[in-house]
Design a protein around this ligand. Structure first.
Ligand SMILES: Cc1cc2nc3c(=O)[nH]c(=O)nc-3n(C[C@H](O)[C@H](O)[C@H](O)COP(=O)(O)O)c2cc1C
Length: 234
C-alpha cells in the first residue's frame, strides 16, 4: 500500500459530502462514473441495487490500487466515538487460501464421519460436495477478514462498528465491479484463526472474498415496502 495513502485518512481528501463522497473517492463520481473493471456506468444507487452475494469467482487478479480503494472506503465508516476498533487482514497468498480450503474440507468431513449410518459411498459423495463447495467459496483472488479488537476504546460498540465497515467494504468493491459475500459460518471462525494465526484479542466479524464473479446472481427476494417500514409509531 502506498505510504502517502496509508498516512492520510481519505475523509480529509474528499471533496463531496453524503452519497457522492464514497464514489468520488473511488474515482468513479462526477464525469467519470465508468466502472474500471466491468465498464458499467454506476451511480451509488446502482451500487446498492446491483450488489449481490457472490460465491464463485474468476481467478482474475485484483489490482493493488483497487484493494487500497476498497479498504479506504471501509475505514471511512462511522464508529462509536471514532474508535475505529478494527483490523482488516488481507489475504492474497494462494498457498494460504489453499490451506484454508483444505482445513474447511477436513472439518466438514470430520462432521460427516461423526454422524451415524455413514457408508464409504455417502462419505465419498460428501467429500465431492465439500470440494465443490469450498472450491467455489475459495476461488477468489483476495480475501479480507474483518476483525474488531476486544481491547478497543469502547469494546461494547464493536459489534456495531465492525459490520458497518464490512458493509462499506462490500459496496466499495461492487462500485469497482467486484463481487463479495459477507461470510460467517460458511468459512468457520476457528479455522481462520488457526490458519492466519489471529491473536485472541480479535473477534472476527466476517471473511469477505473479493473478485470478479463467475456470474452475477439474481437478486433474492427482498421485503416489500409495507413489510419493513413503520411510519411514526408501532
Ligand atoms: C450476518 C451475515 C452473515 C452471513 N453469512 C453468510 C455465510 O456464512 N455464507 C454465505 O454464503 N452467505 C452469508 N451471508 C450472505 C447472505 O446469505 C446474503 O446477504 C443474503 O442471502 C441476501 O443476498 P444478497 O446479499 O445477494 O442480497 C451473510 C450475510 C450476513 C449479513
Amino acid at each position: 500500500m502506498r505510504e502517502n495513502q496509508k498516512r492520510r485518512g481519505f475523509l480529509k481528501t474528499g471533496t463531496a459530502v453524503g452519497a457522492g463522497l464514497l464514489l468520488s473517492n473511488l474515482g468513479i463520481a462526477g464525469e467519470n462514473k465508468t466502472n474500471p473493471v466491468s465498464g458499467e456506468e454506476m451511480s451509488i444507487w446502482d451500487v446498492f441495487e446491483k450488489r449481490r452475494s457472490v460465491r464463485k469467482f474468476k481467478s482474475t487478479r485484483v489490482p493493488e490500487t483497487h484493494i487500497e480503494k476498497i479498504l479506504d472506503a471501509a475505514r471511512s465508516a462511522p464508529t462509536a466515538g471514532n474508535q475505529q476498533p478494527w483490523k482488516f487482514l488481507v489475504i492474497q497468498d494462494k498457498s494460504k487460501i489453499e490451506e484454508l480450503k483444505k482445513e474447511c474440507i477436513a472439518k466438514s468431513m470430520e462432521r460427516a464421519k461423526s454422524k451415524k449410518d455413514q457408508t464409504a459411498e455417502k462419505l465419498k459423495e460428501k467429500e465431492d460436495k465439500a470440494n465443490t463447495y469450498y472450491g467455489d467459496y475459495l476461488s477468489a483472488p483476495v480475501y479480507v477478514i474483518v476483525l474488531t479488537d476486544k481491547e478497543s476504546k469502547y469494546p461494547s460498540y464493536n459489534h456495531h462498528d465492525g459490520p458497518l465497515a464490512a458493509g462499506y467494504l462490500i459496496l466499495a468493491a461492487r462500485a469497482l465491479g467486484y463481487g463479495t459475500v459477507f461470510c460467517t459460518d460458511s468459512i468457520p471462525e476457528d479455522i481462520t484463526s488457526k490458519v492466519f494465526n489471529i491473536p485472541d484479542k480479535y473477534v472476527r466479524i466476517c471473511i469477505i472474498p473479493i473478485g470478479i464473479p463467475d456470474k452475477w446472481p439474481e437478486s433474492p427476494e427482498k421485503m416489500k415496502w409495507d413489510e419493513f417500514v413503520v411510519n411514526d409509531s408501532f
